[in-house]
Design a binder for this molecule. Structure first.
Ligand code: G6P
Length: 367
């Protein structure tokens, strides 16, 4: 068993540390740097065909749903096409206004999630073209989609999804660039591709510093509630971080869009409710800073993920984790890694069954 885990204690730990390789394998066939080109042979689209797409829907469950939310930000910002995201279990019952002029993107690690498959069938029934993003070859989802793009994360055994998520984000990033190109919104693609190719090494740098995160576990392992804050494209990353903590450490964690803090969760903040804040450089930075002030004023314990040169945060937060720089889209992947590590080390500290958390299944094939 130890051999299967490649010397790691848990599959989840192994899978977190495999991410540089998983992402390299996933993007490999899609980037042709010599010709400054993106390649999506499995999803051929002409400019004309793309222009006809009125709206893109992305539907999924669990962690794949969080990837979908990030995908919305990426596609809308880069390709300027409206994107609607839905939970598969909601979509299938709400008579969604989807039709043959729209594209339905369905994301699933396993390709077998019952609600996700039902949503796919609902979309097809309503005439939408369908694209699957999936990690398991030969599973049901790719068989039923018009087109499929695979993530090449390799088998994911740990119930809490890690490398499947970051490889989904990598595909959504490349897909956004592809759409942007087709829509005539992107002239210079090379830097975006180079950023992608640099990413695996940047993840390695974060992983090499894993002890920084590990040492937080004994300090915070006895808390009963956590608040995760993010804004914009980092809000779904906060959701994913909170989900990881809930799934495997059984600590209640809630993610909030930081601007909404004043409409409720601020009432909960005191020295017993640690706050994890995602504070990338960029347009929301000053806003996050003021959210952080509000946490500090209320004696909240603050764990901040930020970038070098953001020294205001360093002075204010109880703990600071530094993330390497990239473009705002790809930084979502980099910010995810310490959140996965944090959930993992918290669960190890609490002695839970990390790979097989109670009441959860790797893929939910019943409704
Ligand atoms: C289960 C798993 C999650 C996963 C979700 C969706 O809840 O425990 O890790 O994100 O199903 O699975 P899928 O295979 O469709 O991505």
């Amino acid at each position: 068993v130890m051999a299967e885990k490649g010397g790691y204690k848990h599959f989840m730990q192994k899978e977190i540390f495999e991410q540089p390789r998983a992402i390299t394998d996933t993007v490999r066939g899609h980037i042709d740097l010599d010709r400054d080109k993106l390649v999506f042979e499995e999803f051929p689209l002409t400019k004309k065909a793309f222009k006809k797409i009125e709206k893109i829907w992305i539907v999924a469950c669990g962690t794949s749903y969080h990837a979908s939310l990030v995908g919305k930000y990426m596609i809308e910002k880069m390709a300027l096409v409206p994107v609607e995201v839905d939970l598969a279990s909601e979509f299938r019952y709400r008579e969604p206004l989807i039709n043959q002029k729209m594209l339905l993107v369905v994301i699933s690690q396993s390709g077998e999630t019952a609600d996700t498959l039902a949503a796919l069938r609902e979309g097809k029934k309503r005439g939408a073209k369908t694209l699957g993003i999936c990690n398991v070859l030969g599973s049901t989802l790719p068989r039923e989609c018009d087109y499929v793009i695979y993530t090449h994360a390799g088998p994911e055994i740990g119930v809490a999804s890690t490398k499947a998520f970051t490889t989904q984000l990598a595909i959504l990033y490349l897909l956004s660039l592809y759409f942007a190109k087709l829509n005539g919104k992107l002239t210079e693609i090379r830097t975006f591709l180079e950023d992608m190719l640099r990413l695996p090494h940047q993840i390695e740098i974060i992983l090499k510093g894993a002890e920084v995160v590990e040492k937080l576990a004994p300090q915070y392992g006895n808390a009963h509630n956590f608040l995760y804050l993010g804004r914009g494209i980092y809000y779904p990353i906060a959701m994913e971080g909170a989900l990881k903590l809930k799934e495997i450490s059984y600590i209640h964690a809630e993610a909030y869009a930081a601007g909404e803090m004043k409409h409720g969760p601020i009432a909960l903040i005191d020295e017993n409710m640690p706050v994890v804040a995602l504070v990338p450089k960029g347009e929301t930075y000053p806003k996050m800073l003021s959210n952080i002030e509000e946490v500090i004023c209320r004696q909240g314990k603050l764990i901040a993920l930020t970038e070098k040169n953001c020294k205001e945060i360093g002075e204010k937060a109880n703990e600071v984790i530094y993330i390497p720089s990239s473009n705002p889209f790809l930084k979502t992947i980099l910010f995810t890694i310490p959140l996965q590590l944090f959930a993992y080390y918290m669960a190890v500290f609490k002695g839970t069954d990390v790979d097989q958390p109670r009441n959860l299944a790797k893929s939910v094939t019943v409704e």
